[in-house]
Design a protein around this ligand. Structure first.
Ligand code: AGP
Length: 608
C-alpha cells in the first residue's frame, strides 16, 4: 500500500507534498518521489530510495517551486526498492506523470503491447504502464481526460491515481478503483488529492472521498467529478475536515505506538460513550438501527478480518458466545474469500478492520455481496471502503492510528464486540457487573500505564531469539496478538498457543533459550495455566507471567511477573492485551527498532 498526495493551487506545492508524504509514511516507506510543474511549464521530478526525509534532503538542494504537483511514498509490490521504481512514473517523452496506489493485474500484457508500439520502459513496476498508456491514448484522442478514461478502461486491478501532464499543464486528475483517494478543498481555492485525509489536515477545510469508478478533473478554477460507469457528472456534498494537524503529531511521545497505547483509556471511553447505559440496562448502537429488523432473525455470526483485527474477532467469538449465547465462527479474510462455505441468510457477517481498506477483507466482502446476508462493519476510519460496502456498522472512534502496529484500535474493536454481545443478549446475568467494570476500565488502565515493571522485564529478555506466548479461553487470542506485536516491531520470532496445547508437541521447543510469556489470570482456567507453567519450568524454560493478583502463588514459581488490574473474565483481554503491547514496545525499543515503521510492513495492506 502506498501514499499519494497532489495539489493544484497550493502556494508552495513542494512544501505541501513533502509534509503530506511524511504524514502518509505509515502507508509505505521504502522509496518516495515528487513531480512539480515549474514556472517554465516544465515538470521536474525527484525520486529517492528510503524515507521521505531522504526526499526532503534531496529537494533542499534544488530550487523547486510551483503550485501544481504530485508525490508518492511507496510500499513495493512489483519491482525492487530502487530509485527507478520509485514514483512518479512518466512516459518516455516526459508528457505524463503519475503516482499510483494499488496493483495493475494485467500490466504485463499492456507492457508487451506498448513495447511493440515502440514504448521504452525505465522501471520494473506495474504502475509505469499507466503513464505510457496515457501517452499512447493521448496520441489518438488529443485530450488528457479522454486519454485517461480510455486508459482506465484497459486496466484490471486496483488503483488510486493522480496525474499531471505537460500537455494540459494547469490541471490535475485523480481516479479511484478500490484504493482510497480523498479530494480536499481549501478556502484559498487550492485543491488537493490524498490517500488519507490526514495529509490534508493542515490545508483543506472540506473533503470529498472519491468513490470507485470516479474520475476528478481539477483546475485552478474548480473541480469536476465524473462517474466513469454512467459518464455523468457527480455532485456530492462536501464533508468537514475533522482531523487537525495535532492529530498527526507526536506531542511529547517518542513514537506514535506509545502515544496510541497511552490513548487506549480514552479510546475505550469513546467507544462506549453514548452506547452503554448501565441504569437502564441497555445498549444503544445507532449504527445498527437500520438493520434492527434483520437482526431478529440472526442465529449465527461469522467474523472476518486480518491480523490484529482477526485476533479481536477471536475475542469477540468468546464474548458473543458467552454473553449472547449465539454461535460464532471467525475466519481470516484471505482464507474466507476462497472457501466454498455453505452460508445462510440467518447468518450475519461482521468485518473488522481498522483502516477499512484491507484488500483481503474487501475481497471477502465482495464474495458475499449478493448473498443477501447481513454485513456489518467494525471500522475505525470513517468513510473507508469497508464502512461503505457493509449494510451497517459501528465506528471504533479510536481516532487516528498511525503506528503500523495496531494497539488502540484493537482495544476499541474488542470494546465494541463486548457491546455487540450485550446488545444481542437477552438477560446476561453479569450485565451490571461487567458494564460497571467497563465504565471504570479507562481510569484503571490510565493508572496501570504509569507502571514501570514491563520496561524492566523487557530489558532482561530483548536478546531472546524466540518467544512463546500462552493463554487460555478469553486470553488465547491475546496470546496470539502478543506474539504478532512482538514479531512485527522487534523482529523476534514468536508464536502463540492455547496453553493446553503445549503438551501436544510445542513443549519440545522449551529449553533455557526459549522464554515464555503466560497469561495466567483469575478464572476457570487459572489452575490449568499453573500446570502449563510447571511444565515449562520443569524443562528449564524461563517464564514471564501476567497475573491479576499480587498475592498469586504463581509469583514464586516464575522468573518475572507483570501484575495487571483484576476484572471480570470477559474484560480480561482489554487489560492483558495492553500489557502485551507494552512488552512488545519495550522489547523493540531495547533493540532500537524503527517502532512506527517496521521493515517490510505497511499500516493498511490494500493489496492482496
Ligand atoms: C496489526 O498490528 C498489523 N499492522 C496488521 O496485522 C493489521 O491488523 C492487519 O493488516 C489488518 O488491518 P486492518 O485492521 O486495517 O484491516
Amino acid at each position: 500500500m502506498c501514499g499519494i498526495v497532489a495539489t493544484v493551487g497550493h502556494k508552495n506545492a513542494p512544501e505541501f507534498i513533502l509534509e503530506g508524504l511524511e504524514s502518509l509514511e505509515y502507508r509505505g516507506y521504502d522509496s518516495a518521489g515528487l513531480a512539480i510543474l515549474n514556472s517554465d511549464s516544465e515538470i521536474e521530478v525527484v525520486k529517492v530510495v528510503g524515507h521521505v526525509a531522504n526526499l526532503k534532503d534531496k529537494t533542499n538542494n534544488q530550487n523547486l517551486t510551483g503550485r501544481i504537483g504530485l508525490g508518492h511514498t511507496r510500499w513495493a509490490t512489483h519491482g525492487q526498492v530502487l530509485t527507478k521504481n520509485a514514483h512518479p512514473h512518466q512516459d518516455q517523452n516526459g508528457d505524463f506523470f503519475i503516482v499510483h496506489n494499488g496493483i495493475i493485474e494485467n500490466f504485463q500484457s499492456l507492457k508487451d503491447f506498448l513495447m511493440n508500439k515502440g514504448h521504452r520502459f525505465s522501471s520494473d513496476t506495474d504502475s509505469e504502464v499507466i503513464a505510457h498508456l496515457l501517452a499512447y491514448n493521448y496520441k489518438k484522442l488529443k485530450s488528457v481526460k479522454s486519454a485517461l478514461i480510455a486508459s482506465l478502461q484497459s486496466l484490471r486491478g486496483a488503483y488510486a491515481l493522480a496525474v499531471i501532464s505537460k500537455r494540459e499543464p494547469n490541471k490535475l486528475w485523480g481516479a479511484k478503483l478500490s484504493g482510497p483517494l480523498i479530494l480536499g478543498l481549501a478556502k484559498d481555492n487550492s485543491y488537493y488529492l490524498a490517500s488519507d485525509s490526514l495529509a490534508l489536515a493542515s490545508v483543506a477545510q472540506k473533503i470529498i472521498p472519491l468513490e470507485d469508478f470516479e474520475l476528478v478533473e481539477i483546475t485552478p478554477k474548480g473541480q469536476t467529478i465524473i462517474n466513469l460507469k454512467t459518464d455523468q457528472i457527480v455532485s456530492r456534498p462536501t464533508e468537514l475536515m475533522k482531523l487537525t494537524k495535532e492529530d498527526s503529531q507526536l506531542g511529547d511521545f517518542e513514537d506514535y505506538m506509545i502515544k496510541e497505547i497511552h490513548h487506549i483509556p480514552q479510546a475505550i471511553g469513546d467507544a462506549i460513550r453514548g452506547r452503554l447505559n448501565i441504569d437502564q440496562n441497555f445498549i444503544t448502537l445507532g449504527g445498527l438501527n437500520s438493520v434492527v429488523d434483520q437482526l431478529q432473525y440472526i442465529d449465527r455470526i461469522i467474523i472476518v478480518a486480518c491480523g490484529t483485527s482477526y485476533f479481536a474477532g477471536m475475542v469477540g467469538e468468546y464474548l458473543i458466545e458467552d454473553i449472547a449465547n449465539m454461535p460464532v465462527e471467525v475466519h481470516l479474510a484471505s482464507e474466507f474469500r476462497y472457501r466454498k462455505q455453505p452460508l445462510s441468510r440467518s447468518s450475519m457477517v461482521i468485518f473488522i478492520s481498522q483502516s477499512g481498506e484491507t484488500a483481503d477483507s474487501i475481497g471477502a466482502l465482495e464474495v458475499i455481496a449478493g448473498s443477501g446476508m447481513l454485513k456489518l462493519g467494525i471500522v475505525n476510519v470513517v468513510g473507508s471502503t469497508i464502512s461503505r460496502l457493509t449494510d451497517a456498522g459501528i465506528y471504533c472512534r479510536a481516532g487516528l492510528e498511525k503506528s503500523v502496529a495496531s494497539t488502540k484500535a484493537f482495544m476499541s474493536q474488542v470494546t465494541i464486540l463486548t457491546l455487540i454481545a450485550l446488545y444481542l443478549s437477552d438477560n446476561y446475568k453479569d450485565y451490571r457487573l461487567l458494564s460497571q467494570q467497563l465504565v471504570n476500565l479507562p481510569s484503571q488502565l490510565s493508572q496501570f500505564l504509569n507502571q514501570h515493571q514491563i520496561k524492566k522485564i523487557a530489558n532482561k529478555y530483548y536478546q531472546a531469539s524466540n518467544f512463546m506466548f500462552l493463554g487460555r479461553n478469553y486470553n488465547y487470542p491475546v496470546a496470539l496478538e502478543g506474539a504478532l506485536k512482538l514479531k512485527e516491531i522487534s523482529y523476534i520470532h514468536a508464536e502463540a498457543l492455547a496453553s493446553g496445547e503445549l503438551k501436544h508437541g510445542s513443549l519440545a521447543l522449551i529449553d533455557k533459550k526459549m522464554p515464555s510469556l503466560v497469561i495466567a489470570l483469575s478464572g476457570k482456567t487459572l489452575d490449568k495455566n499453573v500446570s502449563s507453567i510447571a511444565e515449562i519450568k520443569a524443562r528449564k524454560g524461563k517464564v514471564i507471567a501476567i497475573v491479576d493478583d499480587a498475592k498469586s502463588p504463581i509469583i514464586d514459581q516464575v522468573d518475572d511477573v507483570i501484575v495487571i488490574p483484576k476484572v471480570i473474565e470477559p474484560l480480561q483481554p482489554l487489560v492483558s492485551a495492553i500489557a502485551c503491547h507494552l512488552f512488545a514496545y519495550y522489547m523493540a525499543k531495547a533493540l532500537d527498532r524503527p517502532i512506527d515503521r517496521p521493515r517490510n510492513l505497511a499500516k493498511s495492506v490494500t493489496v492482496e
